[in-house]
Design a protein around this ligand. Structure first.
Ligand code: T4K
Length: 373
């Protein structure tokens, strides 16, 4: 173990021989991108697998987020979480929208509905929550607020592939949801992403926008972008659907092992499964209470690195703490107390289907032993 690096994640890849068979078909057809056969098949298979109405594939999750805001014609101010990957807020800025940060709930680490309501102004047009680590937001309370104030809801569901609430995909809530299929995600197409929506007319508009705004050979309906997924990625993604259930089942075993072994270490806490939710175990964040644990989060992070265990401090710093956003009124110190505490405590431990349980035990041992040094 000392010589082997354990990274925060390791991508699942399809069997090479199966992928080569798909590549042969692509070489034969000479159809490489622009809504080819694999693209069409993958969209249908994904919608089926996820239990959603419409899927539009994208070249990555960030372009899907940027395009979703364009499709919904969102302007003015959008309420969002500071506790996410920077792409969430960058997508707003790329649309000329002012991000308004609201604090998170201390249990789910997602936008706190009460804080959303308090941040609404006459310029607010939408809410962009994130199902962080794949844990669902309070979708019912968010819908209630959106309905009362006439706001759109665009979920950044980059972490929430195959997450269900009472048997219904979390992607079916809100006006749209965005997925990321980056190499580091539970389900990957190397790079990739998707927008999930509920009606055919919206899907059509999304598909125009991701293809420069073309609605036919000579008609351009909007300043679209090039955000299309190519045939190689779509073929790869189609094969990935064969192993996703097994991957998530193996991730659950890793997560359960961590929980069992970490529960008695004072000063270390973790997130528990939520009632009625089918989780995907995308990440395994732990939270270091430095007073109780006796060492700081950063000291533990460095200690693990010294043993070749490369966790990540997702999400540190907060998005609101990056210089490009820290001047916003909603980013000011004291407005986001829960997020400011959590960002100082978090380390995401390695989790992926092929992580061995003996490796999980060793990681926990390092955490345990460091406490008593
Ligand atoms: N919204 C949210 C909430 C997101 O989390 C993200 C992306 C997005 C939107 C945007 O979606 P995309 O446009 O990315 O589709 C990573 C990912 O690049 C990023 O996709 C992800 N969120 C974010 C949370 O994490 P980094 O900078 O930490 O990645 P990197 O390259 O350091 O990789 C992390 C670890 O994964 C490495 O230590 C090793 C391992 N790895 C990585 C790659 C790329 C591999 O083993 N193989 C690989 O090919 O951002």
């Amino acid at each position: 173990m000392e010589n082997k690096k354990i990274l925060v994640t390791q991508p699942v890849m399809p069997p090479l021989d199966e992928f080569v068979k798909s590549l042969e078909k692509i070489w034969e057809s000479k159809w490489l991108t622009n809504n080819g056969q694999f693209h069409q098949d993958f969209e249908k298979a994904l919608a089926d697998h996820l239990g959603v109405k419409y899927v539009s594939l994208f070249s990555n999750g960030t372009l899907a987020l940027i395009s979703a805001l364009q499709v919904m014609r969102i302007t003015g101010e959008v309420i969002t979480t500071p506790y996410s990957f920077v792409a969430t807020t960058h997508a707003l800025r790329w649309n000329g929208i002012k991000p308004v940060f609201a604090d998170i709930d201390p249990v789910t680490l997602n936008l706190d509905p009460k804080k959303i309501e308090a941040a609404i102004t006459p310029k607010t047009t939408a809410i962009m929550p994130v199902h962080v680590y794949g844990n669902p937001c309070d979708v019912v309370a968010i819908k209630e607020i959106a309905d009362i104030y006439g706001l759109k809801v665009i979920y950044d569901a980059a972490h929430a592939f195959d997450v269900d609430i009472n048997g219904n995909s979390v992607l079916n809530f809100g006006d749209m949801s965005i997925l990321s299929f980056h190499a580091t995600k539970v389900f990957n197409t190397i790079e990739g992403g998707a927008i999930i929506c509920n009606d055919e007319a919206t899907k059509k508009r999304i598909d125009y926008l991701k293809n420069f705004g073309f609605a036919g050979e000579t008609k351009v309906i909007a300043p679209g972008i090039n955000a299309k997924m190519n045939e190689l990625q779509a073929a790869y993604g189609l094969l990935q659907l064969d192993s996703i259930d097994d991957s998530i089942a193996k991730r659950k075993i890793v997560a359960d092992t961590y929980k069992k072994c970490l529960k008695d270490i004072t000063g270390i806490s973790f997130l528990n499964d939520m009632d009625g939710v089918k989780h995907n175990y995308a990440y395994f964040p732990i939270f270091v209470d430095s007073k109780e644990y006796g060492k700081s989060r950063d000291a533990l992070y460095e200690e693990l690195k010294s043993h070749n265990i490369f966790g990540r401090r997702y999400f540190y710093p907060l998005i609101s703490q990056f210089p490009t956003y820290s001047g916003l009124p909603s980013a000011s110190a004291g407005n986001l107390p829960i997020a400011e505490r959590i960002t100082k405590e978090v380390i995401c431990l390695p989790i992926y289907p092929n992580l061995k349980l003996c490796e999980v035990n060793e990681i926990v041992n390092y955490i345990y032993n460091f406490k008593s040094v």
